[in-house]
Design a protein around this ligand. Sequence first.
Ligand code: ADP
Length: 435
Amino acid sequence: MGPTTSTSTPTGATIELEKLTKRYPGSGAPAVDSVNMEISAGELIVFVGPSGCGKSTTLKMINRLIEPTGGRIRIGGEDVTDMDPVRLRRKIGYAIQASGLFPHMTVAQNIALVPKMVGWPKARIASRVEEMLDLVGLEPGEFHGRYPRQLSGGQQQRVGVARALAADPPVLLMDEPFGAVDPITRDHLQDELIRLQHELHKTIVFVTHDFDEAIKLGDRIAVLRERSHIAQFDTPEAILTNPADAFVSGFVGAGAALKRLNLTRVRDVGITGCPTANVDDPLQDICDKLRSSGTSGMSGTSGTSGTSGTSGTSEILLLDKRGRPYKWLRRGDLMRAKGSLARAGTLVHATVTRDATVRDALEAVLTDNAGRVAVTGRRGEYTGVVDMETLMNSVHELLEADRLDAMEHRHELEEARTEQTHHEQEGVDSGEAKA
Ligand code: ADP
């Protein structure tokens, strides 16, 4: 990613929960029972578990929206269990489902809320609002004065995140923040959060009941069972390859290998380039490029890539005026469209960022049916491509690893069984001897 941003340096803070407990009045068993957890500064931790297991209650005790009935909370080493909760909450960002924006306030007013409460000077607040809008990918000029109802669900959620981050808190709590948006928007918001976290290094605690979301986002995942008991607290890789018990494997579900597609990022599988042209280029130049594009071959796509009859390499990516992927042009397209750029080629519908997962990239490749997908930067500009072959190689690697794991597992089981029969045999033998 680019150079470090202007955000002040003390970023994330550690969070320690010690025997944290919540007993709601009138209920017998505690909703959260003596949770111990240590979270490092700058980590993104996901709480995942079935509905009602106490995720939300645990999260809300961290900013004392819910008062614990037992235990301690330390943030950045400081015991905040008895601190004034209002003061505490100003130091902790909080984002929830359906954004929680105030409907009668503009986007800018919503974002300015906490900086205003803590007494930032006006000019600093104003520039911070612009900075935050830009950070979450919303054009400040366009969105600044809008009301929440004038935004899509995904945009509202972005503003919700901008508001949570406005006063630059070291800790950000997120309670199923993307639960109410459609799957495609959710994917984008998740990618954005990953990118944001690369820049900001906050300590984030994120609650979800969606295990795939947990895998995609978490540095570590806490799989919680009833009363917030920790079934396993580990990296996504460790949980997928070594689930602690039947409860966790039940949560991981089938197809652990394919789930690992959610762990591999586009930036890790090999981004290559492809010939490009700009819509403003003279038509003749575009034709020339198109003519020469098939012959040179591109790094990473040598030879075997085309599964269909027409070679996948004899095409160029046409970029729009702002350098964003616009159309795939194949040889012959221009001829068929009688030299008209407007009618030629296939529009680009799906693109991915460097932080998107291999699963997202596969989906995009299938959506556009182009054999590859364009990779874009922060403002949607072209930065490269990932081709189908690269993606499929990474799928094969995962499946192979899974096959080996399964074999090893079977081997271990067999060994254990042999040993058991051995022991039983010995037991019988010694029993007989005694008799
Ligand atoms: P989750 O976020 O995992 O779905 P919650 O933390 O919301 O779970 O709830 C944990 C348990 O506490 C549930 O059994 C729920 O019914 C109970 N609970 C939550 N809020 C209250 C409340 N205000 N009063 C009484 N019980 C509650």
